[in-house]
Design a binder for this molecule. Structure first.
Ligand SMILES: [Zn+2]
Length: 66
């Protein structure tokens, strides 16, 4: 089981179970929320920068924002 570990400013730690269908991002252009599927997540982990990756939505990619 993978989980997201969050420590608040007061030192309280919270752990949230992480499931592959519950990983989301938002388009940096229009802000629409997008699900990150397993295939995309794998490509980010192998080729990209996990914290610095921006994923544009299909609509913005077609408009040529990317
Ligand atoms: Zn967009």
């Amino acid at each position: 089981m993978l989980y997201h570990k969050i420590t608040s400013n007061n030192g309280t730690t919270k752990m949230v179970d992480l499931y592959e269908d519950e990983i989301f991002t938002y388009c940096p252009s229009c802000g629409v929320e997008q699900n990150v599927d397993t295939e995309l997540l794998q490509s980010i982990l192998i080729d990209g920068d996990f914290g610095g990756t921006s994923i544009y939505c299909t609509k913005c990619a077609i408009k040529g924002v990317v």
